[in-house]
Write a protein that binds this ligand. Structure first.
Ligand code: GTB
Length: 216
């Protein structure tokens, strides 16, 4: 059985690879598995067939034979557990890599999502500027801490892992905000992730979807 994931038929990020299908694509590419992508429209995401796979009407989903999963973190974790290449063999190192997966999604990503929500949904509110200032303070607090922890290491804990994969995709969501310029080691960390051949294959695949949709 070939893995099938879902992604936006028309990504609102115009091929920048900021949707959460990107992390799933990248993980599958890192472990060298073939996969198919089923593209879904915003309308189809809210229909029963998709809701049976993703109760919140979102992408990405993951299907492999009898197994159907949702939540990008759970999907990346499943891929990392199931195929070699994204988690260390040593039990303690593996537990630490999984810890970084949770840190990326539970500690670093929330204020970054808040920033996107503020920009897209609250930009016309009279309190928008104050809100953005507060959110950016929370983001900088997390980036200060993450930057301090990473120091001049290549990856967060030894070899590249699923923890780095998720952290890089989370940090990429700040591209264009200017905030990352304040953190040269985090910018270099993102660039290292983006330079991985598996990342490039994943990025090109999602970009091809946008290009095809724009020319059609
Ligand atoms: N917790 C879930 C997961 O990790 O899988 C969150 C999934 C999620 O937010 N999916 C979004 C979605 O399906 C797409 S990725 N949204 C449609 C909906 O809720 O109706 C979020 C996203 C969207 C767009 C951009 N962008 O344009 O830059 C970036 C990220």
């Amino acid at each position: 059985m070939t893995i099938t994931i879902t992604a936006f038929e028309r990504s609102p990020d115009r091929g920048k690879g900021l949707g959460r299908d990107m992390r799933v694509r990248w993980a599958i590419e890192e472990v060298g598995q073939p996969y198919d992508v089923r593209l879904v429209s915003f309308k189809a995401m809210k229909q029963p067939a998709h809701l049976a796979l993703q109760p919140f009407g979102q992408i990405p989903t993951y299907e492999d034979g009898d197994l159907a999963l949702f939540e990008s973190g759970a999907i990346v974790f499943h891929i990392a557990e199931h195929y070699p290449g994204l988690l260390p063999d040593d039990a303690n190192a593996r537990a630490r890599a999984i810890t970084w997966m949770f840190a990326a999604l539970n500690t670093v990503e929330p204020p970054i999502v808040d920033r996107e929500v503020a920009r897209y949904l609250e930009g016309d509110k009279p309190w928008y500027k104050e809100r953005l200032t507060g959110v950016d303070e929370r983001i900088r607090k997390r980036l200060d801490q993450l930057s301090g922890r990473l120091g001049d290491a290549d990856w967060l804990d030894g070899e590249f892992s699923a923890g780095d994969l998720l952290m890089v995709t989370v940090l990429r969501r700040l591209e264009g905000s200017g905030i990352l310029n304040e953190y040269p080691n985090l910018s270099a960390y993102i660039a290292r992730g983006e330079a991985r051949p598996a990342y490039k294959r994943a990025f090109d695949a999602q970009l091809a979807v946008f290009t095809a949709a724009s020319s059609g």
